[in-house]
Design a protein around this ligand. Structure first.
Ligand SMILES: [Zn+2]
Length: 54
């Protein structure tokens, strides 16, 4: 399952969830810190890849 990273707009904390693609498309993830569904998806793994050159 792919790992999705989110940041909560309500409390500002980042969290990551493993979801199936169909789950990810259907559901808005719930913040584990405050329970809000106002979260935005982050693409930090993408940025980490481009920032590091080996
Ligand atoms: Zn939150």
């Amino acid at each position: 399952m792919p790992l999705y990273e989110y940041q909560c707009k309500e409390c500002g904390k980042a969290f990551s969830l493993r979801l199936r693609i169909e789950e990810h498309e259907k559901k808005r993830p719930k913040c584990p810190h405050c329970g809000s569904r106002k979260s935005t998806q982050q693409f930090s793994s993408f940025f980490a890849k481009t920032a590091k050159k080996s």
